[in-house]
Design a protein around this ligand. Structure first.
Ligand code: ADP
Ligand code: MG
Length: 317
């Protein structure tokens, strides 16, 4: 199959029902219409074989995960995702793999009402680059740089399971149930677009946790020229991380990447209203600490003793 047949069968055929796509796949470029009153938010993420996923994984899961991590970046900006482009590099034209990949991609496109509007297909070591486009009302994008001293720091869910899955990938002696539950969190992170409306209203800053809480919160602190103090016993840790990491669980959860929960800050004046809205929407968020003027990350232990928090997280270089 040549490149053009491949594009037609596996990508052009993916349908959508978005009327803001004036021209999708098939021309030299896509032509798209940003709704009135909205800003365009754009982000790009690459998944490289053997770095972000194993070549043995089901191509359906790989495609879905590629979409999910991109949608998560939209959630972190308070944006609603709309369009995707896909730059796909393949070692060979493998019909079976492409069918699984295309089906997984289609599943995620439908789930988030996304249109695949273009891309590029090349031969080489397997890698997947998605560029996602979304909208926020004018001036309402949530930035990393908006945290202020005394803001309360929240995370949107339990941490550490994806890192625990990676840590146990090669272990043979764990119960099947645990392995499946952990792999599910690694393959199916939930991008928190369910929080978009409430975050647009209340969040002074936000980031999605891709590299680990301590690393990602450091990005927020640096961009906002502030520091943070976390409370050790407030960090929500996944129960299987507690099981396998025991006394080290919280530190493991704070340094583990790939969770794709959100970390965000809310002004202390608005925390009560925020919590009330979260409850009304049947959502859960966990207050884990406070923004401080002094730069750097600190952690308060159970005896209320404060010490510097060593930042560990995934770095490519
Ligand atoms: P050009 O040579 O003009 O760059 P291509 O031959 O690369 O065009 O692509 C033809 C059309 O197919 C374009 O509209 C492009 O956006 C789209 N396309 C190519 N590869 C992919 C892909 N993997 N997924 C989605 N669309 C793709
Ligand atoms: Mg091209």
């Amino acid at each position: 199959m040549d490149e053009f047949a491949l594009i037609d069968i596996f990508f052009k055929a993916l349908t959508h029902n978005r009327d803001d796509v004036l021209m999708g796949i098939g021309d030299d470029a896509a032509c798209l219409r940003v709704p009135k009153g909205m800003d365009l938010v754009v982000s790009c993420d690459t998944l490289v074989s053997s770095v972000h996923f194993l070549p043995t994984w089901d191509a359906y899961d790989i495609a879905r995960k590629a979409v999910l991590v991109n949608v998560s970046d939209m959630a972190a900006m308070g944006a609603t995702p709309a369009w995707l482009t896909l730059a796909l590099t393949l070692p060979e034209s493998d019909n079976e793999w492409l069918t699984r990949f295309s089906n997984g991609l289609n599943n995620a496109l439908q789930e988030f009402n996304l249109a695949l509007v273009g891309g590029d297909t090349t031969r080489g070591p397997l890698s997947i680059t998605l560029t996602i486009h979304g909208f926020v009302p004018h001036g309402k994008a949530i930035r990393r740089g908006g945290a202020k001293p005394n803001d309360i720091i929240f995370v949107s869910g339990e941490l550490g399971a994806a890192a625990q899955a990676v840590a146990l990938l090669t272990a043979s002696d764990i119960p099947e149930d645990d392995r499946n539950a952990l792999m599910h969190t690694l393959l199916n992170p939930t991008p928190r677009i369910d929080l978009t409306t409430v975050l647009q209203r209340y969040a002074s800053s936000a980031i999605d946790i891709s590299d680990g809480l301590s690393a990602d919160l450091t990005h927020v602190c640096k961009a906002s020229h502030v520091g943070a103090c976390l409370m050790l016993n407030s960090i929500p840790v996944h129960k299987l991380v507690k099981k396998y990491q025991e006394s080290n669980a919280t530190y493991f959860a704070m340094s583990g990447g790939d969770d794709y929960e959100l970390c965000f800050t809310v002004s202390p004046l608005e925390v009560d209203a925020f919590m009330a809205d979260i409850k009304k929407a049947n959502l859960m968020c966990y207050p884990i600490g406070v923004i401080e003027e002094e730069c750097g990350l600190r952690i308060k232990d159970i005896q209320n003793e404060v010490s510097p928090l060593t930042v560990r997280g995934y770095k490519h270089f």
